[in-house]
Design a protein around this ligand. Structure first.
Ligand SMILES: NC(=O)c1ccc[n+]([C@@H]2O[C@H](COP(=O)([O-])OP(=O)(O)OC[C@H]3O[C@@H](n4cnc5c(N)ncnc54)[C@H](OP(=O)(O)O)[C@@H]3O)[C@@H](O)[C@H]2O)c1
Length: 281
């Protein structure tokens, strides 16, 4: 990391700031002296995060928004710009997960995830672009996933928008060469948050459980510290997480082997066995 003053006074707009990775980013960016605009749907949770900022509690601008409501986003961007007259870094972090097979997933759920995890974030980026051009600089940070690189069972509706983010932002980045505007795509592995508790099933029901793998996962404080380092260095793509990161390497150098690994995953074998016994979906 370069010097600690890098984020001092910078205006950072974080979506999904009411919990998990986004919430932790608020605390760490606050310690580094950034001026924050914090967004999500749940205003009560945003206010709690604001009150808990380690430096100047209550100093963040709370800007509630629902990424699913695309027509409302232009007004939200205008509002965000009205606070400090600029945004230096947009962190497109908000997102929801799904836990269901394609055969059980309603098209409305595919659309919902596409809106929240893909169209919402790119809309914010497109709307901020003229301001970034005017400033002659700016950084767009995008929180993707291992599901943005390959697919596994029950995550199709989640993997689709995460893959789309890579296609969009890699193309976009190639248009921004020498513009002073940077794009950092972050790929978290399994990070200790309640993302699975907030996830939906195929018909829109709340999944409601924190999966074991997420309870014992890579600590969110450590993950966010590394993400901030990557943002500071202006990295184009950055993986953060535990040993599951080896799948990225496998996907690049032996996609065939990765597909075999996914097909023969122990959890899949248990599911098939339960189905044969008539006790699983
Ligand atoms: N945890 C992991 O292992 C992991 C791994 C890979 C990628 N990621 C990605 O990391 C990001 C953050 O996830 P997390 O783990 O921190 O999960 P989380 O704790 O569930 O946080 C998700 C955030 O997104 C917000 N959000 C959800 N729907 C929204 C909507 N329609 N409009 C605006 N905001 C919305 C939520 O706030 P409200 O409910 O208040 O709106 C919340 O602040 C996501 O993009 C996720 O895909 C996480």
């Amino acid at each position: 990391m370069k010097s600690n003053s890098h984020f001092q006074g910078k205006v950072i707009w974080i979506t999904g700031a009411s919990s998990g990775i986004g919430e932790e980013m608020c605390y760490q960016f606050s310690k580094l002296g950034a001026q924050l605009i914090i967004s999500a749907r749940n205003v009560g949770k945003l206010k709690r995060v604001n009150a808990q900022l380690p430096r100047n509690p209550g100093s963040a601008k709370v800007l509630p928004l629902d990424l699913e409501k695309l027509p409302e986003l232009p007004e939200k961007v205008q509002k965000a710009l009205s606070y400090f007259g600029r945004v230096d870094i947009l962190v497109n972090n908000a997102g929801i997960a799904v836990r269901d097979f394609v055969r059980n997933t309603a098209l409305e759920i595919d659309q919902k995830l596409m809106n929240i995890n893909y169209l919402g974030p790119i809309t914010l980026s497109k709307l901020l672009l003229p301001q970034f051009k005017k400033q002659g600089k700016g950084q767009m940070v995008v929180i993707s996933s291992l599901s943005g690189k390959y697919g596994v069972p029950k995550l199709a509706a989640y993997a689709a928008p995460k893959h789309a983010l890579h296609g969009f932002y890699e193309s976009f980045r190639s248009e921004l060469v020498d513009s002073g505007i940077g794009i950092t795509l972050i790929i978290p592995g399994i990070i200790q948050t309640e993302i699975t508790a907030h996830a939906v099933l195929g018909q829109g029901e709340n999944y409601g459980k924190v999966e074991m793998a997420f309870k014992n996962a890579y600590p969110v404080e450590k993950a966010v510290k590394k993400m901030i380092g990557a943002i500071q260095q202006g990295k184009e793509e950055f993986y953060v997480g535990g040993a599951e990161g080896f799948t990225l390497w496998l996907n690049r150098f032996s996609p065939w082997l990765l597909r075999r690994f996914i097909r023969n995953h122990p959890l899949k074998k248990i599911r098939t066995f339960k189905r044969k016994l008539g006790i699983g979906k």
